[in-house]
Design a protein around this ligand. Structure first.
Ligand SMILES: C[S@@+](CC[C@H](N)C(=O)[O-])C[C@H]1O[C@@H](n2cnc3c(N)ncnc32)[C@H](O)[C@@H]1O
Length: 436
């Protein structure tokens, strides 16, 4: 039987248990990372996979002390045949969490390994197929994977080397939800790979991390994560979150708050989004107000035109890497707004079918002539090349430029061009990127 494939489980059980078992090369990488600690601690080390499935992570288990737990009965049936019975625990690892429950001495150097379930990210979860998270109240989170990370702190693990979505670290709200875990553990090494390594995890790919954490009194701040140099697995490439600018703080991504206007003066809305993956998945411009809609106005239209262009045209080789980030802020959106607006007006069905007087108002406001709307292919090619070029600039930048800097610069440019318009200097010109 293939312990890496959860072959014994039907699809709906696999989803409920988070049972996408781990390919061998990822397990081997975990071993490479913990090996120096295992060697140093020798007799005193205990390796524990508390969501062990069929035991994929316990390779060479005859050479060290180990424990393995899983609450799936069928997986346990496999475990008791493969491992020493006294080391197998068929139980919910998130209830009554303490070392004693798993016969782990307080004095042992405890190393947690594995690929604990995570289930807030897949579409199956939203369709309600997932089970509930039954756990100690202090471990509860809507995402099982976060509960598992917290349980490692409760076990006072000395070292943690597990797979989990990168989003737990790079989304500031998720990072906060790690609570005591982030205050007591420090990331030492992080190798990123795409979720498509797991067959059947859904169409939207997202980044997963092989993370090595040491127990530490210093813990981690979000700034530490922002500047951390992650590696791309089997690639000579790093990923530093601080190098990327996102549209957060520049473009509203959620529906208007309680007292904000909910009706668009031009009858246009944009479907709300959380991150780049949901931007790509969701609808874009819509003609009617719905609970998930953002209000589009003449003034902010160019921002949503940019997002629409990004959704359609930004598709770099590693696009999965940016899936959990807010959409990237590539280039100077303010400065290049006319080309984004023209592209949206030319290619989006809802915009072509909108009220003609509102369409005209948009053309006038952004100083776009009918000639500018002649050739979608050329616009597409120019935007694609612009986005890719700007991405390379951000990838290469070791700079710590704050995300607001670009906006400040844009704001200055807009102010200048508005002044020019008032003084009659601004005339209709063909749409151009400033650095075309
Ligand atoms: C993603 S699989 C990983 C299995 C194995 N570690 C591997 O990588 O091949 C997650 C496993 O966690 C188990 N699991 C989920 N919730 C659990 C819980 N609360 N307690 C114990 N096991 C759990 C599932 O039954 C499943 O076998």
């Amino acid at each position: 039987m293939q312990v890496h494939l959860a072959e014994h489980l039907p699809r709906n059980r696999r989803i409920q248990l988070g049972g996408y078992y781990t390919p061998e090369k990822l397990v081997n990488r975990v071993y490479e990372l913990i090996k120096p600690y295992l060697m140093a601690k020798k007799e005193n080390a205990v390796v524990f996979d508390s969501a062990g499935g069929c035991g994929a992570f316990l390779i060479n288990s005859e050479s060290y002390s180990y424990r393995i737990a899983d609450y799936d009965k069928e997986a346990c049936g496999v475990l008791v045949n493969r491992f020493r019975k006294e080391n197998v625990f068929c139980t919910n690892s998130l209830v009554g969490v303490k070392r004693e429950r798993f016969s782990i001495p307080e004095s042992s150097f405890l190393i947690m390994v594995g690929n604990p379930p995570y289930n807030d990210t897949t579409s199956e979860f939203r369709k309600g197929e997932k089970g509930e998270n039954l756990c100690d109240p202090d471990l509860f989170d809507r995402d099982l994977g976060i509960s598992f990370l917290r349980s490692y702190h409760k076990l006072r693990a000395d070292l943690v080397c597990v797979l989990h979505p990168l989003a737990y670290l790079i989304k500031e709200t998720s990072f906060g939800r790690l609570r005591e875990f982030k205050d007591h553990y420090r990331l030492k090494r992080g190798d990123i790979f795409s979720s498509d390594i797991f067959p059947g995890t859904g169409l939207t790919k997202f980044p997963i991390l092989i993370a090595l954490y040491e127990r530490s009194d210093v813990g981690m701040t979000f700034d530490y994560i922002l500047n951390f140099h992650f590696n791309l697995l089997e690639r000579a490439r790093t990923f530093v979150l601080a190098n990327y600018k996102t549209t957060d703080r520049h473009i509203q991504k959620y529906p208007p708050g309680k007292n904000a206007p909910k009706i668009s003066p031009i009858g246009l809305y944009y479907y709300s989004f959380r991150d780049f993956n949901s931007l790509k998945r969701n609808a874009s411009f819509i003609a009617k107000q719905i609970p998930n809609s953002i209000v589009v106005t003449i003034e902010n239209f160019y921002k949503y035109s940019y997002l629409y262009a990004l959704k359609r045209l930004f598709n770099p080789e590693d696009s999965w890497l940016y899936g959990n980030l807010s959409p990237l802020f590539l280039g100077d959106i303010e400065r290049d707004k006319r080309i984004y607006v023209a592209y949206a007006l030319l290619t989006h069905r809802v915009l072509q079918e909108m009220d003609r007087s509102n369409f005209k108002k948009l053309l006038e406001y952004y100083r776009i002539s009918h000639d500018d709307l002649a050739d979608a292919k050329t616009l597409e090619a120019r935007i694609t090349s612009k986005l890719n070029k700007e991405l390379r600039v951000q990838e290469m930048s070791g700079s710590m430029e704050a995300p607001t800097t670009a906006a400040n610069r844009s704001a200055i440019l807009t102010e200048r061009s508005e002044k020019k318009c008032k003084s009659g200097e601004c005339q209709q010109q063909r749409i151009q990127f400033v650095d075309d």
